[in-house]
Structure formats: structure tokens, C-alpha cells
Design a protein around this ligand. Structure first.
Ligand SMILES: [Zn+2]
Length: 110
């Protein structure tokens, strides 16, 4: 530690076509496992960003799935099922099959 970071980033950069790669031209800012990287190619930073992306994707996917399930439920029970009932049915991470069968039971009781 304490050494001057005058090294060049050692990451390989692929050209836009993806056929060739060359070494990154940026000066290194960090050292990881004896390899030097610029800020962009720092594997720890990249992993952090990837995690944020994954989490965002996950949240978006869950929201999408919830809305699909909701509209599937609404299509089956479009009349006679209150919003509260639908909300209660889709609460928790239960499989759609369970939700639908419970919904039918609910409908039959009316
Ligand atoms: Zn780089």
C-alpha cells in the first residue's frame, strides 16, 4: 500500500462489434488481486452496480408479476369480489393456483 498508482487499467475492453479486445487506456485507480483497474473496470464497483441492477430488475419483475396475477384474478372474479378480497387473495407469495382456488371458494359462498 502507499505506492503510486501510475499503472494503466488492465481490463480488456471489447470493441463495439465484439470481435476484438484491447487493454483499457485509462489510468488505474485501484488494485485488486495484483491487477490494476480504473474506476469503471474496478471489479468490486462493477459487482456493486450489477447488484443494484439485479435488485432493480427483481423489484420490477415482482411488480409486473403481481400486476399480471392481479389482472388474472380480476378477470376470473370480475364481478362480486371486492378490491379488499382481491388484495387479501394476492397478499403473500402464494402460487396463483392457490389464490384462484381460494377465490372460487369465496365466490361460491356468496
Ligand atoms: Zn479500465
Amino acid at each position: 500500500m502507499g505506492e503510486a498508482m501510475t499503472n494503466q487499467c488492465q481490463a480488456r475492453v471489447w470493441t463495439s462489434g465484439g470481435f476484438h479486445s484491447h487493454q483499457c487506456q485509462k489510468p488505474a485507480k485501484v488494485k485488486r488481486d495484483d491487477m490494476f483497474y480504473c474506476r469503471i473496470h474496478d471489479p468490486i464497483e462493477k459487482a456493486k452496480k450489477q447488484k443494484v441492477r439485479d435488485q432493480k430488475w427483481d423489484a420490477e419483475w415482482k411488480a409486473k408479476q403481481a400486476s399480471w396475477e392481479r389482472s388474472a384474478i380480476e378477470q376470473v372474479f370480475c364481478h362480486g369480489t371486492s378490491t379488499e378480497d382481491i388484495q387479501r387473495l394476492i397478499d403473500g407469495n402464494r402460487p396463483l393456483r392457490t389464490i384462484l382456488s381460494e377465490g372460487f371458494t369465496l365466490q361460491r359462498r356468496k
